[in-house]
Design a protein around this ligand. Structure first.
Ligand SMILES: Cc1cc2nc3c(=O)[nH]c(=O)nc-3n(C[C@H](O)[C@H](O)[C@H](O)COP(=O)(O)OP(=O)(O)OC[C@H]3O[C@@H](n4cnc5c(N)ncnc54)[C@H](O)[C@@H]3O)c2cc1C
Length: 370
């Protein structure tokens, strides 16, 4: 089949790889003139690593990333309260990996090219006309493509979603602000540490992503204050990190890379996730806050399941409807759990063991096949 994928983020690239591997003729259009992943790094849990493995991409991600079998949960001073040891679903592989977003994008784009897919940068969709047996797609630049399937992987503010599911709800701010920056990895910082300063100070994570690099994040209540000017962001981030101990002073004292600040948003589009021959994947239909570290994970799983359902049924619209039906409950679990954990960060529950217990239960549920 001829497939047009809109967006070359993690969802679009992995969809192209999964569909290309099944012999489909894939074109990916990306509005950016170059790929510029937002944010410094991310964590991939064991179940998405399993999905990456099925696409033949896990080895490259392990080579470029940093293995984490344990996460230290600390108080604001850095004293370890408890250590999480999530199980690995892949024998001989770590329970999770952290990787820089640039490294992940390089692995995925390399795989898109190797799969024989065409990647068109600086290109977007200007018109979609579903004729029942095919879709005519107008592209910026004035050309037209005739395809069998359109995959909307254009993220949180998806134009494809607006076009095919105009009544879908809008993303919702969840009341938290996240600060993130890359930094060199000091020799003594080798573990993923999360430091909890309570609702006032927020929460900090220090995440090694390679032998040389790590990223640091801070979650705090979004008080609606104006954002500092770009040249003041690093200083404002350091001010906030000053309240934390453990590895944080060492990291905050090193040169921070570009600081990214944004308010967290979530979105779960009700079914259907498709109309006719156009389907939505990734953040375009399920944007999660980062508490479960599973947004890219869902995108990768979407890609694998989409390729499977299209292989099972010649009736494309029916296969695309089944894609949404197969994915919805799992994605809802991730989005709703992440939002709940974020609420507890702002309004701690009476029982402080609840967040850890819920995270463990949900990761166990996500160990089931996607
Ligand atoms: C603070 C934070 C931390 C996170 N941490 C993690 C983590 O640790 N682990 C994890 O798994 N997930 C994490 N996530 C979630 C993750 O970043 C997203 O879920 C993921 O990037 C979604 O991938 P996507 O491809 O669907 O969308 P995007 O990454 O948004 O990619 C969409 C692509 O489409 C392109 N595009 C947009 N509009 C058009 C158009 N009209 N035409 C053509 N192209 C278009 C964009 O330029 C972009 O390249 C985090 C998110 C945040 C905010």
């Amino acid at each position: 089949m001829r497939v047009l994928v809109v967006g070359a983020g993690p969802a679009g690239c992995t969809a192209a790889v999964a569909l290309g591997a099944r012999g489909h003729e894939v074109t990916v259009v990306e509005v950016g003139a170059r790929i510029r992943p937002s944010g410094p790094g991310l964590v991939l849990q064991s179940a998405p690593m399993r999905a990456l493995d099925s696409l033949g991409l896990l080895g490259a991600c392990l080579e470029r990333g940093y293995a984490h079998d344990e996460i230290d949960l600390c108080d604001a001073r850095g004293a370890v309260r408890t250590t999480l040891r999530p199980p690995s679903l892949l024998p001989g592989r770590p329970a999770s990996i952290a990787v820089s977003r640039v490294a992940l994008a390089e692995v995925l784009l390399g795989a898109v090219t190797a799969s024989g897919s065409e990647l068109r940068l600086g290109t977007t969709v200007t018109a979609l006309a579903d004729h029942g047996d095919r879709v005519e797609v107008g592209l910026s630049g004035g050309t037209t493509r005739t395809v069998d399937v359109v995959v909307g992987a254009d993220g949180l503010h998806s134009q494809t979603r607006r076009s095919v599911l105009p009544d879908a709800p809008a993303p919702r701010a969840t009341g938290q602000l996240v600060w993130r920056a890359p930094a060199p990895r000091p020799a003594g910082v080798s573990r993923y540490s999360m430091l909890d300063g309570g609702p006032e100070l927020g929460k900090v994570g220090v995440v090694p992503v390679s032998d040389d690099a790590l990223y640091v994040w801070l979650l705090e209540p979004d008080r609606g204050a104006p954002r500092p000017a770009p040249e003041r962001l690093a200083e404002a981030f350091r001010d906030r990190l000053r309240s934390f101990g453990g590895p944080v002073p060492l990291v905050a004292g090193s040169p921070l890379g570009e600081v990214d600040v944004r308010s967290l948003q979530s979105l779960l589009v009700p079914l259907p996730w498709s109309r006719g021959r156009t389907v939505l994947v990734g953040d375009a239909v399920h944007t999660t806050t980062p508490q479960m570290a599973y947004g890219v994970g869902m995108a990768i799983e979407d890609a694998v399941v989409l390729a499977e359902v299209l292989a099972e049924d010649d009736d494309v619209p029916a296969a695309l409807r089944r894609f949404g039906e197969r994915r919805f409950d799992r994605c809802r679990l991730v989005v709703e759990t992440s939002v709940r954990l974020g609420e507890w960060e702002q309004y701690p529950p009476g029982d402080p063991s609840l967040p850890g217990r819920l995270t463990g239960e949900v990761l166990a549920e996500l160990a089931r096949p996607a």
